[in-house]
Each structure stands twice: as structure tokens, then as C-alpha cells.
Design a protein around this ligand. Structure first.
Ligand code: SF4
Length: 221
């Protein structure tokens, strides 16, 4: 059964106390740098992306500079983040579009962002939330898993989970909460072996209660 508003509020209060300083882990100083870092982060760790952008951004941190570099020029600089051919193509095409259609600025609307190459719903939400402080709830693999374990959603797709989370929490909570769920998924609520004994969310956690029941049954038989 999915969590109700009261339970969601309890979860939000607890996770906020656990991770009061949660924030974005991708280093950036402008919306464009964040856009590039987020495109690079697909199937790659934030740590690796930060290593790559530390090399890249001192020389290439505007749409003009990256557009001039071109796909072939960018590939060697991002090769260690995986999917580099596609990422290079998307970053260069996006840079060219920003130069020609947006005066080299990153647009602030969902419709415009999602029309850029390499920008899907999650990336768009990351940019809206973290570059422009516009309420959005990006759902990555950690948010998806934590939402399911805490019964905040039973959705089968990131879009459905996002919808459930947005319905359960007030818009002013979305950005912080998504950072808190990501850090929780990385540090305690890990995919394979969640560290439940160290977690303050055991009480409202559906997954934890189910595991406890299973253990009881195993002991009985
Ligand atoms: S109790 Fe375990 S499964 Fe539940 S949220 Fe905490 S770490 Fe995740």
C-alpha cells in the first residue's frame, strides 16, 4: 500500500534530519556547465564527471567554445565517461542550438529544454531545479529505488514515480528532497544490501518491514 500524506510527511521530516545539507554533487558555476555535466552523467558517476569537467571547463565552458571544438574535438576530452560518441554529438548539437537560437543562454522552460539534443525529462528536471530553482523532482535510479522501498510510489516508470512524489509533497520540498533521496540511496539504501540497521527510516519503511516478516517466517519453519 502506498504511503499517505501523513506518512510522507514523517518520511520527509526524518530524511531531512538525516541529510540537512544534501545538494547537487556535479560541480558547475553556470546553467550551461550544469547542462553539460548532466548530459555527461548518464551511466557515469558524479565523481568521474567532476574529474572530466575539471579538465574541460577551464577552456571550454560556453556554447560558443564547445561548438567550435566540434564532436571529434570533444570526444578525447570526455572519453572516460562512457557513451562518449553520443554524448559528444548531443553536447555539440545543443551548444550550436543555444548559440543560434537562445543567444547562448540555457532556456528556462521544460518545452525548450526537452527539445535540446541529449535532454530528456530527468536532465530537464535537474536543470530546472538546480540551475533555476524551479520546483522539479528528477527521478534517477536512487530516487526510484528509495521511493519504492518507502512505499512513496509503486510506479513502474520514472515518470509515474515523479508524478506520485509530486502529488505527495509540496513543490517547495521537491528539490531538497530529491537530493536527500539520492544521497540516501548512495550511502545507506544501497541497491544490493541496504544498511537498514543504520537507517532512521526503518519505522515507516515498507521494504524493512517486509524483510523483518520474511525473517520471522524463516525462523518459524
Ligand atoms: S530501512 Fe533500509 S530499505 Fe528502508 S529506507 Fe532505510 S536503508 Fe532503505
Amino acid at each position: 500500500m502506498k504511503a499517505n500524506f501523513q506518512k510522507a510527511k514523517q518520511i520527509e521530516k526524518t530524511i531531512s534530519a538525516m541529510y540537512p545539507n544534501a545538494g547537487i554533487q556535479l560541480n558547475h558555476t553556470t546553467p550551461f556547465e550544469l547542462l553539460v555535466a548532466t548530459i555527461l552523467s548518464a551511466q557515469c558517476t558524479d565523481k568521474r564527471v567532476n574529474e572530466i569537467t575539471a579538465r574541460l571547463f577551464p577552456k571550454y565552458n560556453t556554447p560558443e567554445k564547445l561548438a567550435t571544438l566540434g564532436e571529434e574535438g570533444l570526444i578525447p576530452l570526455i572519453r572516460d565517461c562512457g557513451l562518449f560518441n553520443n554524448k559528444s554529438k548531443n553536447i555539440i548539437q545543443t551548444s550550436k542550438i543555444l548559440v543560434s537560437e537562445y543567444n547562448s543562454q540555457v532556456p528556462k522552460t521544460r518545452e525548450e529544454l526537452e527539445n535540446l539534443p541529449g535532454v530528456g525529462r530527468k536532465t530537464c528536471n535537474v536543470i530546472l531545479a538546480n540551475a533555476f530553482d524551479i520546483p522539479a523532482f528528477p527521478v534517477d535510479t536512487h530516487v526510484f529505488r528509495v521511493a519504492h522501498r518507502l512505499a512513496l510510489s509503486d510506479g513502474n516508470t520514472p515518470e509515474k514515480v515523479e508524478e506520485d512524489l509530486c502529488n505527495l509533497f509540496e513543490p517547495e520540498k521537491w528539490i531538497k528532497l530529491h537530493h536527500q533521496m539520492i544521497i540516501h540511496g548512495r550511502t545507506l539504501c544501497k541497491a544490493r544490501k541496504p544498511l537498514c540497521t543504520n537507517c532512521d527510516l526503518r519505522d515507516p519503511c515498507k521494504y524493512y518491514l517486509e524483510q523483518k516478516e520474511k525473517k520471522k517466517l524463516t525462523k518459524t519453519y
